[in-house]
Design a protein around this ligand. Structure first.
Ligand code: ADP
Length: 598
């Protein structure tokens, strides 16, 4: 593949890759986590203090039996109970503090992760969005990040307390009785083996589950965004059926992941109980022989329970972490995709732009195996109107896509005032280009702000002036709240013509040296049509303009018409010159434009 950012296609199992990356992913999560390192240190200290205090309990219990209960010492027993109670209170408070701190830390961590992901998504090249469904990206930005958050919140504390308990009870058990300790340890290799066997499978299933969820979200997003098309084509039933199939797949993956991870607890319990029985039997036999006291056996049984608890817990957490790691990997996958600015070599700004645009032998293909543009060469002088005409799929939009650097050309070069556009910072370049597309885009903001997107530092007066020039002032004032009326994200509450007038006002405000217009093919009423024509004429005055032309007026007044077919410029000239040639343009004109514009 030509594209250096290429990743494995979606839907392909990448389990091996995931497994290999677990350590690297954990390290990257740690990079985020370690920004709250003081909080983490506090959590660790609290875990040691709280759990450490809790570790004294079984020992005190044994002492209570041997020294106070068997000796019938009531006062001593009462004192010991008080101490035990304070230990448990301390343990509880420490636990609550840990949870409180950890909630803050994990939320801060995923906030940074979310910020970084969103910022990265804003800077990815258009190509990336060509091949990645939006819903899948949504899923990564929400579900996957949520998984990371849950894992951080639960696992970190659990792991800390488990480690402290494990080490602490091991030491205490050794001091109590070395032989019984050895008996307790016998089951550890078994536990480790079982953990490995189960978690290898759960990791795979968690990854499958997240991938299925991403696909499902992609489909939901797609169907919601295309509701009109779905209704017109009566795709409701097929959509529901396809959703059902995807949903079944998600259920299958989810069930597998959950059942397998649910297997952990019971399996670990079996080992724990096995351990308990062994120690009770051997310890009981030792007590019979009076090699040790009953209280010591009780203490030891408690420690061995405390000891096997964390082993099960660690195994369980290891499994939990798989879900978090699978989520984090999907997030980092985006973070690792190169932004469209990363490949910029030495870039510079642009001084005052005159507006001379030249294409020199430009060739380009969306895919390496198919050329979409071939050897396109032309020059537009400052202030000229260049009309691009040609059948659908000829490559007109592609020419615009290259000028805006939504895609990078393969051969040749494009210059503005003689400067190669690859040597110009993309933001700088786009700030000099005004773009008015067929699907006029609006954002969920007020009408006023929507126009101001053209130039953020414009005053309210300038916004209104631009709207007037664009013939938009009239209809805006008739809206319920005038310039303060809110717009839906897709501009649903405005007509198509009105939306176009808004984007023209936006472009007028931006005052770019070079204009790119995609004339609407769909018909609007004659009055709006006239408004749009006037507004476009006002906008194009004194600027180099490229228009994907569908209107007779535009092509007649163009300084240069480029006739495009099959990715090549096949004819060029003014309207009259081209008609005189009696070639492709003349035929196209007679079939498309001679009738009233449609
Ligand atoms: P026009 O604007 O003249 O109708 P385009 O420039 O949009 O044509 O498209 C030219 C060719 O490139 C068409 O064959 C189209 O299918 C293909 N094409 C357009 N956009 C993409 C894309 N993002 N990925 C792959 N092929 C594309």
């Amino acid at each position: 593949m030509l594209n250096p950012n290429a990743r494995p296609p979606r839907g392909m199992p990448v389990a091996k890759e995931r497994a290999r990356h677990t350590t690297a992913t954990l390290k990257r999560i740690w990079d985020y986590l370690s920004r709250s390192r003081y909080g983490l240190v506090a959590v660790v200290l609290l875990a040691i203090a709280g759990t450490g205090a809790g570790l004294a309990a079984p020992y005190l219990l044994g002492t209570a039996i041997d020294r106070f209960i068997l000796e019938r010492d009531r006062e001593g027993l009462l004192r010991l109970c008080m101490i035990l109670a304070s230990i448990y209170v301390f343990n509880g408070v420490a636990g609550w503090l840990q949870a409180h701190l950890m909630a803050g830390i994990s939320q801060r961590t995923v906030r940074s992760l979310r910020d970084d992901l969103f910022a990265r998504l804003q800077k990815l090249p258009v190509r990336f969005f060509d091949r990645t469904p939006l819903g899948d990206l949504m899923s990564r930005a929400t579900n996957d990040i949520e998984n990371v958050s849950t894992t951080l919140n639960q696992s970190f504390i659990q792991i800390m307390t488990s480690m402290v308990t494990l080490v602490g009870s091991l030491i205490l058990m050794l001091t109590l009785n070395v032989w019984l300790t050895l008996v307790s340890i016998v089951t550890i290799p078994l536990v480790t083996l079982a953990t490995k066997a189960i978690s290898a499978r759960t990791r795979q299933h968690f990854a499958d589950q997240q991938r299925s969820l991403g696909e499902l979200n992609g489909f939901i997003q797609e169907t919601l965004a295309r509701q009109k098309a779905i209704k017109v084509l009566r795709r409701e039933r097929p959509s529901i059926e396809r959703f059902g199939a995807m949903n079944r797949e998600l259920r299958a993956a989810g069930t597998k992941a959950q059942t397998l991870s649910g297997l952990f607890g019971p399996v670990m319990n079996v080992f724990g109980h096995l351990n308990f029985i062994l120690i009770a039997a051997i310890g009981g036999w030792m007590a019979f022989r009076e090699w040790t006291t009953v209280g010591m056996i009780v203490s030891f049984l408690n420690y061995s329970k405390q000891f096997s608890g964390p082993i099960n817990e660690l195994a369980n957490q290891y499994n939990m972490i798989q879900a978090g790691v699978a989520g984090a990997e999907r997030v980092f996958e985006i973070a690792d995709t190169a932004t469209e600015h990363e490949d910029e070599a030495a870039v510079g700004g642009l001084d005052r732009v005159q507006g001379r645009v030249a294409f020199e032998g430009v060739s380009f293909g969306y895919r390496p195996d198919k050329q979409t543009l071939r050897d396109v060469t032309f020059a537009a002088e400052p202030g000229q109107l260049i009309a691009l005409v040609g059948p659908t799929g000829a490559g007109k939009t592609t020419i615009i896509n290259l000028l805006t650097r939504f895609y990078e050309l393969d051969e040749g070069r494009i210059t503005i005032d003689g400067k190669d556009i690859r040597a110009i910072d993309k933001n700088e370049l786009r700030s000099r280009l005004g773009i008015v597309l067929q699907d006029a885009y609006t954002f969920s903001d007020t009408v006023r702000e929507n126009i101001r997107y053209g130039r953020l530092d414009a005053t309210d007066e300038e916004v209104v002036a631009a709207a007037k020039l664009a013939n938009a002032d009239g209809f805006i004032r008739r809206l319920p709240h005038g310039y303060d009326s809110p717009l839906a994200a897709e501009g649903g509450n405005l007509s198509q013509g009105q939306r176009q007038l808004l984007t023209i006002a936006r472009a007028i405000l931006a005052d770019p040296a070079i204009l790119i217009l995609d004339e609407a093919t769909s018909s609007v009423d004659t009055r709006t049509e006239l408004h749009i024509q006037q507004a476009m004429a006002a906008l194009m005055r004194g600027r180099t303009s490229f228009v994907i032309a569908h209107r007779l007026n535009t092509i007649k007044s163009a300084d240069l018409i480029l006739v495009i077919d099959g990715g090549r410029i096949i004819e060029r000239g003014t309207h009259d010159e081209l008609l005189g040639q009696q070639g492709f343009y003349a035929r196209l004109y007679n079939s498309q434009f001679a009738q009233p514009a449609g």
